[in-house]
Design a protein around this ligand. Structure first.
Ligand code: COA
Ligand code: MG
Length: 303
């Protein structure tokens, strides 16, 4: 006991979008502390710039073949006129994952998986799916469950709050509040399937306090991380989605308490004035594993 050997989900606290047609921002993204970067061919790129963006991403991956961050390329939906060419370009770049936008149902994920199989893409090229349409929210559980189907390559759900609000007709200052039930439904679908799930973006990149608050809220809701649009949002997300020092110390004390001779073999103990069960021990071990992963990531970033 006390050893932290539990498998933990990949660290995806901060996941930064970068428009595929902005070489300067793409180069900068490699120097930042985001756990993952999404190179975008979809909505951040104007219709007239799609071909240019594909070439920019191709050249970038050729010039910088590996990265400290997980690398994801977001393509246009396969139902659009750009989708197939995007998928082929993305596959050629050999990212960690390809992000499918506007996934309505399992067929959208499986179509991309089939197309990747046809190119003999190695199994290491995963798929991430965006839940950002009303239909996608209704089917979130079935989509998340694809994680149990290795051929689907599914590895992560990403919420698209802007598209979801637009399609559902939700607007105004209470937008986030009104999205809440659906966000929690998507979180639940992801937890039931055991897959990571990322919160939508905070649009006002100049509002630091607002970003900090929304990152904390996303963490409390059960999201594993947040998608981001600006470098200034990375530090707040990395902090909010990693356990804080106080929680780590408490978890260490709890693990030690269960491991003590007095408590040997017990399923429930008195701990600092409240009840702790084995489920709390598991929770503490998971928290320590996440904290260790975050600390390791920070060490690897130091020059
Ligand atoms: N990724 C990497 N670098 C970024 C970045 C991003 N998403 N957003 C900004 N930067 C860089 C800029 O290139 C600039 O770098 P430089 O000083 O080397 O030139 C620096 O950060 C400061 O940028 P700033 O001037 O504050 O922002 P901007 O006006 O250039 O861009 C946005 C503002 C919102 C247009 C830009 O942040 C953006 O395009 N974000 C991503 C949008 C997106 O992908 N949306 C789709 C998914 S929702
Ligand atoms: Mg979208």
């Amino acid at each position: 006991m006390g050893m932290i050997a539990l498998p933990h989900p990949p660290l995806r606290r901060s996941v930064l979008y970068v428009p595929g047609d902005r070489p300067r921002a793409i180069a900068k993204a490699e120097t930042l502390a985001a756990d993952a970067v999404i190179f975008d061919l979809e909505d951040a790129v104007a219709p007239g710039a799609k071909a240019d963006a594909r070439e920019t991403i191709r050249a970038h991956f050729a010039a910088v073949p590996s990265s400290a961050s997980e690398r994801v390329i977001r393509i246009n939906a396969l139902s659009t006129s750009w989708g197939t060419e995007d998928l082929l370009a993305a596959r050629a770049a050999m990212p960690d994952a390809i992000l499918i936008p506007k996934a309505d149902d399992v067929a959208d994920v499986l179509a991309a998986a089939d197309a990747l199989d046809e190119t003999d893409a190695p199994a290491t090229v995963r798929l991430w799916a965006m839940i950002e349409t009303p239909r996608g929210v209704l089917n979130a559980s079935a989509i998340a469950d694809l994680v149990n189907e290795p051929l689907s390559r599914l590895d992560c759900l990403v919420v698209g709050t802007n598209d979801l609000a637009k399609d559902a007709g939700i607007a105004g200052s209470t937008m986030r509040h009104n999205l809440h039930p659906w966000l929690m439904l998507i979180v639940l679908a992801a937890k039931a399937a055991g897959i990571t799930v990322l919160d939508g973006v905070f649009n006002d990149h100049a509002d630091t306090a607002g970003c900090v608050a929304e990152c904390r809220q996303g963490a409390e809701m059960g999201f594993d991380g947040k998608t981001l649009i600006h470098p200034a949002q990375i530090a707040p997300a990395n902090a909010a989605f990693a356990p804080d020092a106080e929680d780590v110390e408490r978890a260490e004390r709890l693990v030690a308490a269960f491991a003590s001779n007095d408590n040997a073999g017990k399923g429930v103990i008195a701990f600092e004035g409240s009840m702790a069960e084995l489920l709390h021990l598991k929770q503490a071990e998971r928290l320590l594993a996440r904290a260790a992963a975050a600390a390791q990531r920070e060490r690897s970033e130091r020059p």
